[in-house]
Ligand binder design. Structure first.
Ligand SMILES: Cc1cc2nc3c(=O)[nH]c(=O)nc-3n(C[C@H](O)[C@H](O)[C@H](O)COP(=O)(O)OP(=O)(O)OC[C@H]3O[C@@H](n4cnc5c(N)ncnc54)[C@H](O)[C@@H]3O)c2cc1C
Length: 390
C-alpha cells in the first residue's frame, strides 16, 4: 500500500500535462496508464494548439522543442464553390495558434516526467477508483500480475472517453448529452510537403476535406467518409483522387502525393457529461467530453480542464482554500459548452449531410458567403479558433 497526493488515471495528454503542472507546484502525483509509452505515442491525433495550451506547455516547462519546431499560424483558409477565403486571426484577436502534433506534446511531457523522476506506471490493468465520495479515496490496480493500492487526497480522471473514471460516478448523478454525426473522417499522414502553408477547410458537394500538416515534410489530410466505411476500401491513390476533387483546383494542381504512413477512420461525436466532479474525483479531457475534430478543439479543451484543476489543487495545497476545487465543474463546463458549440457549428457548416436538402445546402453556402464578407463574423470565428480565454 502506498500514498500520494493525487492519483492521475490515464497517461494521455491531459494526465501528463496535469502531472507536470502539479510537479511544478510541488504537488505529488502518480500517473496510471493502461498502455505502453510507445503505444500512446503511436496514436496520431490532434495537431493545432490554442494559445491557452501553448501557455500551459510553457508553465509546465516543456515548450522548448515546441517553440523551435512548431509552426505559428495566424490564419486559416476556408474553401467552397471552387474558391477560397482567409480568416485572419491577428486581424481580429491578439493571438495565433501553433501547429505541433499531439504526439510531440505527449513525447515532451513523458520526457519531462521521466527527467524529474515522476512516478508513471505503464501497462496497469483493472484500475478501480474507490470511495471517491469520502475523505479517504484510493485506487487499486494490477501491475505485472500484482495487486496494488494507492491511497490519495484526490483523483484526476484523465482516461479518455473509454476510461473507467466517468463510469465511477453513479448513473443517478451523471447527465450525459450526445450527438453522433452521420459520417466519419478518413485521415492519412504522408511524408510530403503540405499543399498550403495554412490549413484548408473545404466544403464541397462530395463532402468535407481538410488539408492539415505536422511540419514542412509531414502532411495530414482528411476526407469525410461514410460512418461505416473501412480503411481497406481506400487505396492511397483513391484517397488522393478524392481529396483533389474536394479542394479548389489551384490547390489540387499543386498537391504533392506519396505513400501514406498512417491511415485511419474516426467517427464524429459531440458528448458532454455533467458534473465533471464527484466528491474527490475530477474528470478532465475526453473522459468528460468529446467534440468532432472540425476546428481542432478536443486536445485544447482537455487542456483548459487541466488548467482549472491545476489552479484548484494549487489553491488547496497552497493555502487550504478549496474554492477552486468546489467550482471546478462549473468553470470547466462553462468553457466546454462554448467549445462544443463552436465545433458543432463548424461541423454543420462544412460537411455534407446524407439527409441534406437543396435548401439546407443553400443555407450552408449563404453562411459561408456571410463569413467571407463579414469582418464581424470572421472575428467571432477567429476568437473561437485561437481559443476562448480561460
Ligand atoms: C482518432 C482521433 C483523432 C483526433 N484528432 C484530433 C484533431 O485533429 N484535433 C483535436 O483537437 N483533437 C483530436 N482528437 C481529440 C484529441 O486527440 C483528444 O481530445 C485528446 O487525446 C484528449 O486527451 P486525453 O488525455 O483527455 O484523452 P486520451 O488521449 O484518450 O488519453 C487517455 C489515456 O488514458 C488511458 N486509459 C484509458 N483507460 C484507462 C484505464 N482504465 N486505466 C489507465 N489508463 C487508461 C489511455 O490509454 C490513454 O492513454 C482526436 C481523437 C481521436 C480518437
Amino acid at each position: 500500500m502506498a500514498r500520494t497526493q493525487v492519483v492521475i488515471v490515464g497517461g494521455g495528454p491531459s494526465g501528463l500535462l496535469l502531472g507536470q503542472l502539479l510537479f511544478k507546484a510541488g504537488i505529488e502525483a502518480v500517473v496510471l496508464e493502461r498502455k505502453t509509452r510507445e503505444y500512446v505515442l503511436g496514436r496520431i491525433r490532434a495537431g493545432v494548439l490554442e494559445r491557452g495550451l501553448v501557455g500551459l506547455m510553457g508553465e509546465a516547462g516543456v515548450d522548448t522543442r515546441m517553440k523551435a519546431e512548431g509552426f505559428v499560424h495566424d490564419g486559416t483558409q476556408l474553401a467552397y464553390d471552387g474558391d477560397m477565403f482567409r480568416v485572419d486571426f491577428t486581424a481580429h484577436t491578439d493571438a495565433t495558434v501553433m501547429v505541433y502534433g499531439q504526439t510531440e506534446v505527449t513525447r515532451d511531457l513523458y520526457d519531462a516526467r521521466a527527467a524529474t523522476g515522476g512516478d508513471t506506471r505503464f501497462e496497469v490493468d483493472n484500475v478501480v477508483i474507490h470511495d471517491a465520495d469520502t475523505d479517504a479515496p484510493f485506487v487499486t490496480f494490477d501491475q505485472n500480475g500484482t495487486a496494488q493500492r494507492i491511497d490519495c487526497d484526490y483523483i484526476a480522471g484523465c482516461d479518455g472517453f473509454h476510461g473507467i473514471s466517468r463510469k465511477t460516478i453513479p448513473a443517478f448523478v451523471r447527465r450525459e448529452y450526445e450527438k453522433v454525426y452521420p459520417f466519419g473522417w478518413l485521415g492519412i499522414l504522408s511524408e510530403t510537403p503540405p499543399v498550403n502553408h495554412e490549413l484548408i477547410y473545404a466544403n464541397s458537394d462530395r463532402g468535407f476535406a481538410l488539408c492539415s500538416m505536422r511540419n514542412a515534410q509531414l502532411s495530414r489530410y482528411y476526407i469525410q467518409c461514410d460512418v461505416d466505411d473501412h480503411v481497406g476500401n481506400w487505396s492511397d491513390d483513391a484517397f488522393w483522387d478524392e481529396l483533389r476533387r474536394r479542394i479548389p483546383a489551384a490547390a489540387a494542381e499543386t498537391l504533392v502525393t506519396g505513400p501514406s504512413i498512417e491511415k485511419s477512420i474516426a467517427p464524429l461525436r459531440s458528448f458532454v457529461t455533467e458534473p465533471m466532479r464527484w466528491g474527490r474525483l475530477f474528470l478532465c479531457g475526453d473522459a468528460a467530453h468529446i467534440v468532432p475534430p472540425t476546428g481542432a478543439k478536443g486536445l485544447n479543451t482537455a487542456a483548459s480542464d487541466v488548467h482549472y484543476l491545476n489552479q484548484g489543487l494549487r489553491q488547496f495545497y497552497g493555502d487550504g482554500d478549496s474554492r477552486g476545487l468546489d467550482t471546478y465543474s462549473e468553470k470547466a463546463l462553462a468553457r466546454v459548452w462554448k467549445t462544443e458549440r463552436f465545433s458543432w457549428w463548424f461541423s454543420n457548416l462544412m460537411h455534407h449531410y446524407p439527409s441534406q436538402s437543396d435548401f439546407d445546402k443553400k443555407m450552408q453556402l449563404a453562411e459561408l458567403a456571410f463569413l467571407r464578407d463579414s469582418p464581424e463574423a470572421q472575428a467571432a470565428m477567429a476568437l473561437n479558433y485561437v481559443g476562448l480565454p480561460y
